[in-house]
Design a protein around this ligand. Structure first.
Ligand code: SAM
Length: 228
């Protein structure tokens, strides 16, 4: 028996985010390649697309590509000259993502960079990469504190930072948790709470992927380079 919120998610998805072959094909390709089914849901993907459009973003940074399902949703909110840089650790995930991006006709818009995101971010800083308008943090949660530092580094006033999976079945409220993912998210929230450069909130969500939530914030001042 499905939870009520799963039925509601299906109802909303059918009405507001009807399936299209490009995104359906991405999920099929991911499943065929045995990628974990940890991509955002359709309603969440549409939310990302709408936020990108509302922000009028032209440059997006994504940390955690998987098969590029969320990446393709966000690309749909960009203008023709928009760009997404997406960072992925696993070469196999990156290869599936690149094939999905090619099939979606978005090779000019989306660049997948393979490797540990922390190394990629360091290289990007050394190369003088320009700031981004929208930053989506969705990789390994223990590294969320470092990702937040880098997100602030690659921000300008008005940049939107969105962090996924920050509720973790409610465990985020457990200050005794020893789970490194929960600890990473709690440190991430402590940093946000104590940093005047970002104003943020967090929303709990339920849906076809269970109980979780996201953080969304806006950068008030230009970020500083993280301390090594
Ligand atoms: N954003 C994707 C979507 O919604 O379609 C889902 C991303 S999935 C939750 C997290 C991804 O982050 C996985 O593909 C994983 O391999 C990648 N990842 C984990 N640790 C990483 C790291 N240190 N650097 C870069 N990517 C990492």
């Amino acid at each position: 028996m499905k939870q009520t919120w799963e039925q509601v998610d299906e109802y909303m998805t059918d009405l507001l985010c009807p399936n299209d072959h490009v995104l359906d094909d991405v999920l099929v390709a991911n499943r065929n390649a045995d990628l974990p089914e940890i991509d955002v849901t359709g309603t969440q993907g549409k939310l990302l697309q709408l936020l990108v459009q509302m922000k009028g973003a032209k440059r997006i940074l994504e940390i955690g590509t998987l098969g590029a399902y969320s990446t393709i949703w966000m690309a749909r909110g960009l203008p023709d000259d928009g760009k997404i840089v997406t960072l992925e650790l696993e070469p196999r995930h990156a290869e599936v993502a690149k094939a999905n991006i090619k099939r979606a006709g978005l090779e000019q818009t989306i660049e997948v960079r393979t490797g540990n995101a922390l190394d990629s971010l360091e290289k990007m800083a050394q190369a003088g990469e320009e700031p981004f308008d929208f930053i989506f943090i969705d990789a390994d949660k223990p590294s969320n504190p470092q990702y937040l530092k880098w997100a602030l580094h690659f921000s300008r006033p008005g940049t939107v930072i969105f962090g996924d999976n920050v509720v973790r079945d409610g465990e985020v409220a457990n200050r005794h948790s020893t789970d490194p993912r929960v600890k990473g998210v709690r440190t991430f929230f402590d940093m946000i709470a104590g940093d005047p450069r970002i104003s943020a909130t967090a929303i709990q969500t339920v849906g076809s992927k269970g109980y979780d939530g996201f953080m969304i914030g806006i950068v008030q001042q230009t970020g500083q380079s993280p301390q090594k």
